[in-house]
Design a protein around this ligand. Structure first.
Ligand SMILES: Cc1cc2nc3c(=O)[nH]c(=O)nc-3n(C[C@H](O)[C@H](O)[C@H](O)COP(=O)(O)O)c2cc1C
Length: 211
């Protein structure tokens, strides 16, 4: 009888201890659950090279598109200003270049080369499974914009990134000289569409859903 009473008393005190531990865990007992905690913001780095401002205007429109997707934040930087932390903390990277001799400009190529020389992405493939996308501006209608975007995407694929398009088959682009000077409204809208798509896919990757 006496040992039965001792056992019951031990059980009751261990039950109280269990309840105390539960109440001390944040969220439990307050009606909140871990599922209520907001997901971290999805980070999209938009980076570009631009001498006369055309590619920069497209980059700003890409950022507008990113910001239209809830739960995301955008960082806009010139390629030469990007740090290792900018690169590795980003969930998605969108790279823009002017067309130079039917390809990406030297600054943008150097940026990609610096992924290894400055940031040491290889052999661990530190950019693996991040979302990647491209945009470009070129003086003429048919003189290298698609090659420029494809070579940007190729550099990303070589880094085992997941590349997406938007605003055009290979990304967003604009013709900036001759009969079509600067960036028109349609080209701005394409750049915004690219930013929106990249952000949506990055959110899907983080949460397993686009909502
Ligand atoms: C060195 C150099 C090479 C260029 N090569 C091409 C080219 O091959 N094809 C093209 O369509 N535009 C070419 N352009 C024009 C630029 O791509 C175009 O003006 C672009 O919009 C400039 O971008 P930004 O204003 O952001 O500097 C070249 C411009 C420069 C300075």
């Amino acid at each position: 009888m006496c040992s039965d009473l001792t056992r019951i008393s031990r059980l009751r005190s261990s039950g109280s201890l269990f309840l105390c531990v539960l109440l001390l865990i944040p969220g439990i007992g307050s009606g909140e659950t871990f599922a209520d905690e907001p997901a971290p913001l999805v980070k999209v780095l938009v980076t570009y090279h631009s001498l006369s401002g055309n590619t920069e205007r497209m980059a700003e429109a890409v950022v507008d598109g990113v910001k239209s997707v809830p739960g995301t934040e955008a960082l806009l930087k010139r390629v030469g200003q990007v740090t290792a932390d900018d690169l590795f903390s980003a969930d998605a990277v969108v790279v823009g270049s002017p067309v130079y001799w039917s390809n990406m400009s030297g600054e943008v190529k150097t940026f990609f080369d610096n992924w290894q020389f400055k940031f040491g992405v290889f052999p661990e493939f530190k950019m693996k499974n991040k979302i990647g996308a491209a945009f470009a501006t070129g003086g003429q209608i048919s003189s290298g914009k698609e090659v420029t975007m494809l070579t940007i995407l190729a550099a990303m694929l070589g880094n085992q990134m997941i590349v997406v398009s938007g605003g055009g088959a290979f990304g967003a682009s604009a013709t900036t000289e001759g009969d079509s000077p600067g960036i028109d409204n349609k080209e701005m809208a394409d750049a915004k569409e690219l930013g929106r798509r990249v952000a949506e896919v990055a959110v899907m990757m983080q949460r397993g859903s686009s909502h």
